[in-house]
Design a binder for this molecule. Structure first.
Ligand code: 4AD
Ligand code: MG
Length: 465
């Protein structure tokens, strides 16, 4: 008789009827022996929960195969799905035939006892098989789906912006260079610098820090667009919330000002939380038990919370009145640091907030200048526990102002002619933002370190795996 098709553990556990024939395949979490039986807990990654298989000692392979199975082994179990007689689970598989594909010996690091997240980071190739990281990466997958659904449902067009680029969108100089020049023997200009006209693309190129400029091109044709892809920053900051390679979601909307932009942030955030609570309930439950006991409550509360909106200058006043001694200065023209953001979100508002209208001098060239002459229509959106998770702005749509801004930032106009053309032909007020995908994941899971929400984190000094 042909074996039945594979049933995933998640579907088996959700059944309302038993099954005469079932095939379960996965990795053994534990095996324990009782008189005349062996109980095997199997996880196949489709959900947090395991499915228990019961092997009777009468099985022909009992002594040779079943008794050899250890934690971490890969197995296929054919049998019957029956209501469980034990406590704690509704269904179990009565095994009729068991195949041991690859066993794992006692050196397998994920034995039953809990490990620290720091330790698991060192075995990033095995940690997806732990309960915690299983939950994190299922949430990550679902969140990506929810992001696409949100935008597709609202007629946003998904645009794939280039990863290799000649622009420094944010102007912060945090670029990874892309080159095929022989570093030890590069062609030189008469001044003795490496000659990038001889390089692969004929110009200096980098890994992108943001897809925004190209997204603006598409928003000037499709009204509303979004990007969702990897971005790279050579920031030499080893912090709990910075990665050198991370994913960003960047919506860009024509006929939209900074206030419409903040409205979208709110709707977007609510939709993602809603989707997570609905589709990742057991994942959230696990985070709530083992990572952050206030997580579920915080997420549910946020669903009914409007986002506070305050200007940068109002934020300065709040910080000055806080009575706190901050490490970094609180003064016009100074960026808000993590400690300031955390005070505003965690303690002052105790919820999400958008800070807008930042000093021109600390923001990139493309942001729309306000009439006060010293601020731009920038916004940072802060959430408790994480601080900034979204940064965005209304863009400068006026040709002359944008040209002046390029000059003020000492950026060569020739290189931005295509971007200026958007202001020459059918220019329109437009706005957008970038959401750090990992920052959102940290917020949704309560996981306090960005290294634990990326499959294989890249941070200064670390590119293992
Ligand atoms: O605030 P940023 O630098 O904004 C931009 O890049 C704009 N071009 C976005 C836009 O308007 N389309 O970055 C946006 C977000 C931040 O709020 C943060 O969540 C995340 O990207 N981010 C990082 N996440 C992880 N590691 C890093 N090193 C990050 N740098 C920024
Ligand atoms: Mg920012």
């Amino acid at each position: 008789m042909e074996p039945p098709p594979r049933t995933y553990v998640r579907d088996a556990l959700a059944r309302t009827e038993p099954l005469d024939r079932i095939l379960i395949q996965g990795w053994v979490r534990t095996r324990r022996d009782a008189k005349g039986f062996s109980f095997i807990e199997i996880n196949d990654g489709t959900c947090l929960e395991n499915l228990q298989a019961i092997a009777d000692s009468a099985l022909p392979e009992y002594e040779t195969v079943v008794k050899a199975i250890s934690t971490g082994a890969a197995v296929s179990v054919n049998g019957r799905l029956e209501p469980s007689k034990g406590k704690g689970q509704q269904w179990e598989v009565i095994a009729e035939a068991i195949v041991l594909h690859g066993n794992a010996d006692a050196s397998y690091p994920l034995q039953k006892k809990g490990h620290s997240r720091e330790f698991l980071r060192e075995i990033a190739h095995l940690r997806p098989r732990s309960n915690l990281f299983g939950c994190i990466f299922r949430l990550r997958s679902r969140l990506a789906h929810a992001i696409h659904t949100f935008f597709q449902d609202r007629r946003f067009v998904y645009v794939q912006t280039p990863i290799i680029t000649a622009n420094d969108c944010e102007g912060a100089g945090e670029l990874f260079r892309v080159t095929t020049l022989d570093l030890l023997n590069a062609p030189r200009t008469p001044e003795g610098h490496p000659d990038f006209s001889e390089d692969f693309f004929g110009v200096p190129t980098y890994l992108t820090v943001s897809g925004q400029l190209e997204a603006e091109v598409f928003s000037a044709a499709f009204s509303n667009v979004y990007t969702f892809g990897p971005t790279f920053r050579a920031e030499n900051s080893n912090t709990w919330r910075h990665a050198s390679e991370f994913w960003m979601v960047e919506p860009e909307m024509s006929f939209c000002d900074i206030h419409g932009n903040m409205d979208l942030v709110e709707e977007f955030t609510h939709a993602l939380i809603h989707d997570t609570l609905e589709h990742c309930a057991s994942e959230i439950d696990l985070f709530n038990r083992f990572v952050d006991k206030s997580l579920r409550n915080r997420l549910e509360t946020l669903l009914s919370q409007r986002f506070e909106r305050i200007t940068y200058e109002e934020a300065l006043k709040i910080l000055a009145k806080s009575g706190r001694s901050f490490e970094f200065p609180v003064a016009f023209g100074e960026p808000l640091q993590t400690e300031h953001e955390r005070y505003l979100a965690d303690e002052y508002v105790k919820g999400p907030l958008a800070v807008y209208d930042y000093p021109r001098s600390i923001k990139p060239f493309y942001m729309r200048q306000n009439e006060d002459g010293r601020t731009v229509a920038a916004m940072d959106v802060l959430v408790p526990g994480v601080g900034e998770f979204i940064g965005g702005s209304q863009r400068e749509e006026r040709l002359g102002r944008l040209e002046d801004a390029l000059d003020a930032h000492a950026l060569p106009r020739e290189q931005y002619e295509w971007f200026l053309d958007l202001r020459r032909y059918g220019s329109v007020p437009h706005s957008g933002f970038g959401m750090g995908f990992e920052r959102m994941l940290m917020f949704l899971s309560g996981i306090p370190n960005i290294r634990d929400v990326i499959p294989f984190p890249r941070t200064p000094g670390n590119a293992s795996f």
